[in-house]
Design a protein around this ligand. Structure first.
Ligand code: AMP
Ligand code: ZN
Length: 464
């Protein structure tokens, strides 16, 4: 079966066919760097990570752009309130964002352009829109004339028939019931302080929506494969991106639009404005691992809402432990006699994983397959019913799964250190120096390393 996605634009499941065979160009709306991202935001970035990694698993060469919105109403508001420059405000938040991506095992996009470094490109698109009669100026602000773009409302499925022509909105964010001509360029005013650019459009700054039209065309071209974001981005942000890009370049902008659902807390959307959010840092401070957060946020299908709870996080930790124990078990498996079943299990797992993810990234089906595989192979391992060659096949498959899931604990330079201490402990036990052996076990435990004495020798794992 081929790879299929649910396209928000057509509201249908469609087979994925890239514009250029073997290559995928995709754009991901990145963070507005006015404050630390919360784990709701990271649910969306993790969905995009899954998408990106799975495209690579399927053999596509991926070029992804994740922009940084370092200028908009909120970044200006908060930097001004703190009495620092825009850049002084956004730079540490941007750094923290990248640190969080790393903790969560999210692969970096090929390009992470900052909006403030692409003002000329934005001005350029607005000028094109002006020349095509789609942008007009009022009191120094430039607005997009939505009545000039008949497709306006297609993505968000808006009924634009009864719209009041000429109604305008200057704010970056607004609701569906105020569909209006929106700001492309905002004339400077007192509240902007020293944040402005002198351009052909006048002294001012860009609106939020034009940023993504400008940065996508620069790095991906006028027409590309996939555009992603959270569902709240669909209107007005993505609707406006389509109007800008197709209005300026006069042909299709994006083939597949994919939107992920919200992370909720007690039934309500996790949002900065509602104050019901956790940052990744909040969760890590409570002693949870970033891998457990990754597991939890990834393991529900991206188009289903997910309620965050600490019980859920605990369950994620259990599943991760099962997965990592399996990898350790398999790596340390010695030899046995094949009973002929391992090969079939490995093939079924490889097929099941791919069938699941091909189906609009159905992660629940894919993980179901993975854990069936864990159970079946563990059973063979326990009975020594698998040859080393079969073990190698099974291990290679999990490693391949892990290029997508990224759940396995990574070997670090510390591992060698740990192995050395374990060898010393083994020696101490041989010498019947149990005090030393216990001390080494205690020291390792203090570093989060748990030792298990098994029939096949001592095994160690990190506490998750
Ligand atoms: P922002 O920094 O506010 O522009 O949001 C960054 C990304 O997080 C966008 O793609 C949003 O759609 C997404 N997002 C915001 N809140 C949530 C949530 N509660 N659950 C999932 N995604 C969210
Ligand atoms: Zn965007």
């Amino acid at each position: 079966m081929s790879l299929r996605f649910r396209n928000s634009l057509t509201r249908r499941i469609e087979e994925f066919v890239p514009i250029e065979p073997g290559k995928v160009r995709m754009y991901t709306c990145g963070p507005t760097v006015y404050n630390f991202a919360h784990i709701g935001n990271f649910r969306t970035y993790l969905f995009e990570d899954l998408l990106r990694r799975y495209l690579k698993y399927k053999g596509f060469q991926v070029t992804q752009v994740m922009n940084l919105t370092d200028i908009d109403d909120k970044t200006i508001r908060d930097s001004r309130a703190a009495g620092v420059s825009l850049h002084q405000w956004t730079a540490p938040i941007t750094q923290a964002f990248f640190d969080d991506l790393d903790s969560l095992g999210i692969e970096r996009a090929e390009h992470s352009p900052a909006a403030t470094e692409h003002i000329p490109e934005m001005v350029d698109i607005i000028k094109r829109l002006r020349d095509r009669g789609l942008a007009y100026q009022v009191d120094g602000n430039w607005y997009y004339r939505i009545s000039g773009f008949p497709d306006y409302g297609k993505l968000a499925n808006l009924d634009t028939a009864g719209l009041k022509a000429g109604a305008r909105v200057a704010a970056d964010e607004y609701e569906k019931d105020s569909v209006s001509d929106f700001a492309l360029w905002k004339a400077w005013d007192e509240a902007d302080g020293d944040v402005f650019w002198e351009t052909e459009l006048g002294k001012g700054r860009p609106g939020w929506h034009i940023e993504c039209s400008a940065m996508s065309v620069k790095y991906l071209g006028e027409h590309f494969d996939i555009h992603t974001g959270g569902v709240d981005n669909m209107f007005p942000h993505h609707e406006n991106e389509i109007a800008q890009s197709e209005g300026a370049f006069d042909h299709k902008f994006v083939n597949y639009w994919l939107h992920s659902e919200f992370l909720l807390v007690e039934g309500r959307r996790m949002a900065k404005s509602l104050g019901n959010f956790f940052t990744l840092r909040d969760i890590l401070k409570l002693g949870h691992s970033p891998q457990a957060v990754r597991y939890l946020l990834l393991s529900t299908h991206y188009r289903q809402q997910l309620n965050f709870s600490f019980d859920g996080l605990q369950a994620a930790r259990g599943a991760l432990e099962r997965y990592n124990d399996f990898v350790a078990n398999l790596s340390q498996y010695q030899d046995g006699q094949s009973n002929g079943l391992a090969e079939g299990y490995t093939k079924t797992a490889a097929d099941g994983f791919e069938q699941g993810l091909d189906d609009d990234l159905n992660i629940s089906a894919a993980l179901g397959t993975v854990f069936d595989f864990v159970r079946d192979i563990n059973r063979l391992a326990a009975g020594r019913q698998m040859s080393l060659a079969e073990r190698d096949e099974a291990l290679a498959l999990v490693k391949r799964f892990d290029t997508v899931l990224n759940f396995a604990q990574k070997a670090t330079s510390l591992d060698a250190e740990i192995e050395k201490l374990i060898a010393q402990r083994n020696q101490a036990r041989k010498n019947r120096d149990f005090a030393l052996a216990d001390r080494i076990r205690g020291d390792l435990l203090a570093q989060g390393i748990v030792l298990e004495d098994t029939a096949q020798g001592v095994r160690w794992k990190r506490k998750t």
